[in-house]
Design a protein around this ligand. Structure first.
Ligand code: PGA
Length: 228
């Protein structure tokens, strides 16, 4: 990995990430910037819809998002799994049950991300594919807000396991053992086609592909493996 870095000194890197990816991106950036101290990095944390606009307007060098759109001229590489899990307050009656059918979950109210969130879109598609109606309770524009709302008993949530490290450790939130979960997605690194040609952008691209798995650990759920 250290090969090829010698010639690379200064430069600028504009990174935009889905808010859900922020949980691990900052960890990756800390390590990357130790290796490339003279690269000026700017990080924008926003939702999928805004990321797509930034790509279209050429306002960013690298995007980390849940799913590249098929109708834009992009280069995209999957580099890590992104499991979405169903969560509840620890005292919720469904906690402790096993093999909860989706039809049972669908009777509950969900606290969901805003329209335009990639997570929200994936959840909506999942319910639709399984012939279930998603009952929307409150909408919130950040994963942090959703976790607080779920903890306070305002409803169930479905969030990326990447966002749950602290809450699971502190046992403030429980992951439900629901059928068909996790909703398995991937994280992608995305560039406009032909935009990977600056050495700095290429270095970051190579760095993420090589190092993400080593630096990013999914938290374990109480039931054991993340994808159980
Ligand atoms: P978001 O990110 O829900 O914060 O938009 C995830 C994604 O891009 O799918």
């Amino acid at each position: 990995v250290l090969e090829g870095m010698k010639g690379l000194r200064r430069g600028q890197l504009r990174i935009s990430v889905a808010s859900t990816a922020n949980h691990f991106t900052t960890r990756l950036l800390a390590d990357f910037s130790r290796q490339y101290p003279d690269v000026a990095i700017s990080l924008d944390v926003t939702n999928r819809e805004t990321l797509l606009k930034q790509l279209a307007n050429n306002e960013t060098d690298v995007v980390i998002m849940g799913e590249p759109p098929s109708d834009m001229d992009l280069e995209a590489e999957a580099f890590m799994e992104n499991p979405l899990v169903a969560i509840a307050a620890p005292e919720h009656p469904l906690v402790g049950e096993t093999s909860i059918p989706l039809a049972r979950l669908a009777k509950e109210r969900f606290v969901l991300r805003e329209q335009g969130s990639g997570t929200r879109g994936a959840i909506a598609r999942f319910f639709e594919q399984h012939g279930q109606t998603l009952r929307t309770g409150m909408e919130m524009s950040s994963n942090e807000a959703i976790k607080h709302a779920v903890e306070a008993g305002l409803g169930l949530g479905i969030v990326s396991l990447h966002t749950l490290e602290l809450e699971l450790e502190a046992e403030r939130i429980a992951v439900l053992k629901a059928d068909d979960f996790p909703i398995m997605r991937n994280w992608y690194m995305v560039h406009r086609r032909g935009k990977r040609n600056t050495p700095v952008t290429q270095a970051f691209h190579d760095y993420v592909l090589a190092e993400a798995a080593r630096h990013v650990r999914l938290p374990r759920t109480h039931s054991g493996a993340a994808s159980a």
